[in-house]
Write a new protein. Structure first.
Length: 243
């Protein structure tokens, strides 16, 4: 196995596409003077589902994880390999996370470039941050954490359960699952369900020269990291228990 070509490059590309299309649909929906402005929550849900669909196909070579919580859940499930020829080890898990973080930051940069003129328009700083990372509608760190744990538990447990199904829907199944999670339990926090998807773009937001961007809300940033990791681990453990 070549770590760079077999693992890191696919995960960088897949997570980059995920974040570009996912962050892009949010930008189209909430930034001023966009043709998709005000498209609504379901537009965002389906946009993220399609983003996952594309990202999974792009990263097939590495097992199409594009999410550190799924990496941890797979490890917790007792699997021997992340993908054919890629054993489950601490080193490989670290490579997955690094690649996914890098890909997410690159995807966020591409969203910024695509919507640069719209970021230059007057808008609430929280709106601009919302195109990069998640934030709660009602801020309560403990309950926001619970929401992210539950949502990511569903994501990882169901993904691992797909492997026991005789019907192979491939990336479509994961895409529809993400749409369903967003439509059902995504409202309180914006359903990060992916530490890289939130933290990578949040770092990009902090570094990019965005007009009137305000803060990157670091006080909240731990919730969409710790919550998905905890939910992913729980999902993996339950998947192993019922297998």
């Amino acid at each position: 196995m070549d770590v760079w070509s077999d693992l890191m490059v696919p995960e960088i590309l897949g997570t980059g596409i995920l974040t570009l299309l996912g962050g892009g649909v949010v930008a189209n929906n909430i930034l001023p003077k966009n043709k998709g402005f005000g498209g609504g929550w379901l537009m965002i849900n389906f946009g993220w589902g399609i983003a996952v669909f594309a990202g999974v196909y792009v990263s097939f070579k590495s097992g199409a994880y594009i999410n550190p919580a799924v990496v941890l859940g797979t490890w917790a499930s007792g699997a021997d390999e992340f993908a054919p020829g890629i054993p489950v080890t601490a080193a490989n898990g670290f490579y997955y996370v690094v690649a996914e973080m890098a890909g997410a930051a690159i995807g966020a940069l591409l969203v910024f470039l695509a919507y640069k003129k719209h970021y230059d328009e007057d808008a609430d700083p929280a709106t601009k941050l919302g195109t990069f990372s998640t934030g709660p509608e009602l801020r309560s760190y403990g309950w926001n954490l619970v929401t992210e744990v539950i949502a990511t538990f569903v994501l990882v447990f169901v993904i691992l359960s797909f492997g026991n199904s005789p019907v192979d829907l491939g990336p479509l199944a994961v895409a529809l699952l993400v749409v369903g999670i967003g439509a059902s339990i995504g409202g309180p926090t914006g359903y990060a369900i992916n530490p890289a998807r939130d933290l990578g773009p949040r770092i990009a937001h902090a570094l990019l020269p965005i007009r009137g961007k305000g803060t990157s809300d670091w006080a909240y940033s731990w919730v969409p990291v710790i919550g998905p990791f905890a939910g992913g681990a729980l999902g993996g453990l339950l998947a192993a228990a019922v297998a």
